[in-house]
Ligand binder design. Structure first.
Ligand code: BG6
Ligand code: MG
Length: 216
């Protein structure tokens, strides 16, 4: 693989925010009498906030909800979610993540984040990861969420790298699909490593330097 840059998904790859997303959505779901399980939460991986709400509402059987009210729900969910994010510190990043980011960068690779989240900057700041990256492409810069390739193409553009020299690390099936659509190499980790969709399946981030060919 000719790899000059690595683009990391954020939630589920660099930090584990699933539990906060779940708790915040669960509050809303309970109020609307929607049965929302952790399996349902799994379907929200990589999906934008607004699309996540639509998935949750598949199990809603009450009166129709106007677009304005949906907008309010999205704001409420995000407020609760950000309260949880506010408790995060640099200790919420595994040392293996920090060490391997350093290792890749010291080997001359360019590093970026490619995330659907509009909270990306806040999460990177809370966990003191901002300086680990040369570029950040996130939910505030795109109009189409994964599985559309927009966020990864944006990251490659910010890095000034060709897509076929980029490797994407993802925990979401939608993210692997997006990276392939962008013409990039793919490494699945966590939930996405269960499927055969990616070029590489990782059991941990420490395998990255090996597949890139800078470590044995
Ligand atoms: C992705 C998460 O990274 O960001 C999704 O995997 C989430 O679950 C999406 O819905 C949008 O996040 P945010 O922070 O903009 O609500
Ligand atoms: Mg993810």
């Amino acid at each position: 693989m000719d790899c000059k840059a690595v683009i990391f998904d954020l939630d589920g790859v660099l930090v584990f925010t699933d539990k906060y997303h779940y708790k915040a959505w669960k509050k809303l779901a309970d109020r609307l009498d929607i049965d929302f399980t952790e399996e349902d939460n799994d379907r929200l991986r990589g999906v934008s906030r607004a699309e996540s709400l639509e998935i949750i509402l598949e199990k809603y059987h009450g009166e129709p909800i106007s677009e304005d009210v949906k907008e309010k729900y999205l704001e409420e969910k995000n407020e609760i979610y950000r309260e949880y994010l506010g408790t995060m510190t640099r200790n919420d990043v595994d040392s293996a993540v920090r060490d391997n980011l350093n290792l890749l960068r010291n080997a001359g690779l360019r590093l970026a984040v490619g995330s659907s989240s509009k909270n990306t900057a806040y999460i990177l700041e809370r966990t003191e990861l901002t300086d680990a990256f040369d570029a950040v492409a996130d939910g505030t810069q795109i109009t189409r969420s994964k599985p559309d390739p927009e966020v990864f193409l944006k990251a490659a553009k910010l890095l000034g790298e060709d897509p076929d020299n980029c490797l994407v690390v993802e925990d979401a099936d939608a993210g692997i699909e997006a990276a392939k659509a962008a013409g990039m190499h793919t490494a699945a980790i966590g939930a996405a490593a269960r499927s055969e969709a990616a070029e590489y399946n990782l059991t941990g981030i420490e395998e990255l330097p090996v597949i890139i060919g800078i470590a044995q």
